[in-house]
Ligand binder design. Structure first.
Ligand SMILES: [Zn+2]
Ligand SMILES: [Zn+2]
Length: 588
């Protein structure tokens, strides 16, 4: 029985929403910058330490304990093991402190030895033309989200042109290596328009002699990705307020063209703005630049590291442990420090959980005990994974690692949703080697056959749950009531997706140039992929290997797999293809 029945009467919700909103203030939506680096003997990760408000005495005691633990560990480990740990630390994602709310620009994460100009706490952007740093959107809807604004419909600086750019400088390139992955999290509103097809563009310029001598540059136009999104991600059910604008990662992998390069400038720029109306801006909330292990350019179409087959330890089904440089004994647990060693093998190794294990418990959310969160808190291990008895056991706080709408929706931007986002304590189990269920059944048009339950049916790679397309309101299609990342909380205060969460962070960018990367798993253990089947071909339109009513098809590289279908029922999965065991939702 649903005690807190979710009725679609905005009038009735407003009173409740007002009560819930008391004291909530404006939720801060600073996105997570990534997990902290591994450090031998470190007991409390830096982010956590910062959030605890330790007294000097406590800090001193903890540091003493840590240096004791470190020296003991150094005694216990062999020199080879210590070296392996150091190299492990080197290849991990590194993080920056959470950006302070009074900092206007987007969060910048620079991995490895890279240094961002202005430091991690105050990355210094050079802004030109009509571009500005500041709040993105309306705070009561988007939260206190900060970043860069690119207005294609306004000549804000009055120079007669609608153009501008933002540039940021990274040093320490020689130490960090030659291969990099560059990603920018952007939201392009549906009215954003520019005259030229090579714009807006993301540009990387290379310098030597401490940044004095310019060498070369490469750039990528984002026009085709933006245009493709507007067609491919179109959803007639989507809230009209939102248009088709969702947060998504764009970027590319590159190699510095000369060994002398010591400085990189990254810029995002546009000119010839033609936008009109109130939704003519593009926004940037995050930039991430990560060194990748070196490889010869001819050897790969992508710079992503591919572990040697002999370093992969089979765990069952398609799952492997990448033991490159470390012991072949499976770790007791996968967390933010080793998620890139948890490999799902298809035609190439995929690391679906890398970069997705940490998340922010944000101001305005509820914590696990139901207390209102007053300040943003980094949860380094928001998702952890263990392997037990032929299953993957996923423990998740169910915290979105991307911007969300403000909930409760007291501004009535969406549907006056009265619920809040609450940290959960979920444990999910999926078989490592899934098997088809002979008695399987797909949903009919309204799920009147209850082929899929209400509530969680699987999880995305950030640990946030998938629901079927229907909500608690008399089987109403829920997809129009979602925020910009295609999620919202329900009566259980549990954030969930009813359709393709475009905002997810994937190890490869899903730019429509190839088969989409993995984005999650159904509870039967079969993987859920993004929308693309091949370059420019959506799986939902694929005629040579069409999806069945479960939203699933089979190929030699991936086996049976689901695809999300933007704008088309059943959006995520149509039913369980395989067997599902009872799941545990947590202790509450
Ligand atoms: Zn829902
Ligand atoms: Zn496919």
């Amino acid at each position: 029985m649903l005690s807190s029945r979710w009725v679609i009467k905005p009038g009735a919700w407003i009173g409740l929403a007002a009560v819930l909103a008391l004291g909530v203030g404006i939720a801060l939506c600073q996105p997570p910058p990534g997990p902290p680096p591994f450090e031998l003997g470190r007991l409390l990760p830096p982010g956590l330490r910062q959030q605890l408000d330790l007294s000097d005495e406590q800090r001193e005691k903890i540091e003493g304990l840590e240096s004791y633990a470190k020296s003991k560990l150094e005694d216990i480990l062999t020199p080879d093991q210590r070296k392996a740990l150091e190299s492990k630390a080197g290849r991990r994602r590194t993080t920056v402190a959470p950006q302070l709310p009074d900092k206007p620009g987007p969060a910048v994460v620079a991995g490895g030895a890279l240094e961002v100009e202005g430091g991690n706490d105050g990355p210094k952007w050079s802004i030109t033309g009509d571009v500005s740093e500041g709040g993105l959107g309306i705070a009561s809807r988007e939260g206190g989200l900060r970043g860069l604004r690119f207005p294609s419909g306004a000549d804000s600086n009055g120079d007669g042109k609608k153009a501008g750019g933002a540039r940021i400088v990274f040093r320490g390139v020689k130490k960090a290596g030659r291969w990099y992955s560059l990603k920018v999290r952007m939201l392009v509103q549906d009215g954003f328009k520019v005259a030229r097809e090579d714009q807006p563009r993301l540009k990387v310029s290379f310098f030597k002699d401490e940044g004095k001598d310019s060498l070369d540059s490469i750039s990528k136009s984002l026009a085709s990705v933006i245009a493709a999104d507007r067609i491919h991600l179109k959803d007639s059910g989507t809230n009209k307020n939102l248009g088709r604008a969702t947060w998504r990662w764009v970027g590319f992998d590159f190699r510095t063209p000369f060994a002398e390069v010591d400085t990189i400038h990254v810029s995002l720029e546009y000119e010839g703005g033609l936008g009109e109306g109130t939704s003519a801006e593009a926004w940037v909330s995050d930039m991430e630049i990560m060194p990748l292990p070196d490889r010869t350019p001819a050897a790969a179409t992508t710079a992503r590291p591919i572990p040697a087959r002999e370093n992969l330890v089979s765990m069952g089904g398609r799952w492997h442990y990448d033991a490159t440089g470390v012991s072949r004994v499976l770790p007791a647990k996968f967390d933010h420090s080793n998620a890139d060693r948890l490999v799902y093998m298809t035609d190439k190794p995929e690391t679906p959980f890398a970069g997705n294990m940490s998340a922010w418990l944000r101001r305005g959310f509820l914590d696990r005990l139901g207390n209102l969160v007053e300040r943003d808190t980094l949860i380094p291990d928001a998702v952890t994974i263990e392997v037990s008895k032929g299953r993957l056991v996923i423990r998740s706080r169910n915290l979105p690692n991307h911007p969300t709408g403000v909930f409760p929706d007291s501004s009535q931007w969406l549907d006056a949703n009265p619920n809040m986002i609450r940290e959960q304590d979920h444990t999910w189990r999926i078989p490592l080697d899934p098997a088809p269920n002979p008695a399987r059944m797909a949903m009919d048009a309204t799920n009147s056959n209850r082929a899929l339950p209400m509530g969680p049916i699987g999880f995305a790679t950030n640990g946030v749950v998938f629901f079927n397309p229907f909500d608690h309101i008399a089987n109403a299609d829920a997809v129009w009531r979602l925020d910009r990342c295609c999620g919202h909380p329900g009566p259980g205060q549990e954030y969930h997706y009813h359709k393709y969460p475009v905002c997810l962070n994937t190890p490869w960018l899903d730019d429509g140039a190839r088969h989409s990367p993995l984005i999650g798993f159904a509870f039967d253990g079969y993987p859920v992929y993004g929308p693309y089947e091949a370059a420019g071909v959506l799986a939902k339109d694929c005629e040579t290997n069409p999806l069945n009513s479960f939203n699933l098809h089979d190929d030699p590289a991936r086996g049976p797999h689901y695809h999300v279908t933007p704008g088309r029922y059943p959006h995520i999965i149509g039913g369980y293809w395989g067997k599902v065991e009872p799941q545990r939702r947590g202790g509450r």
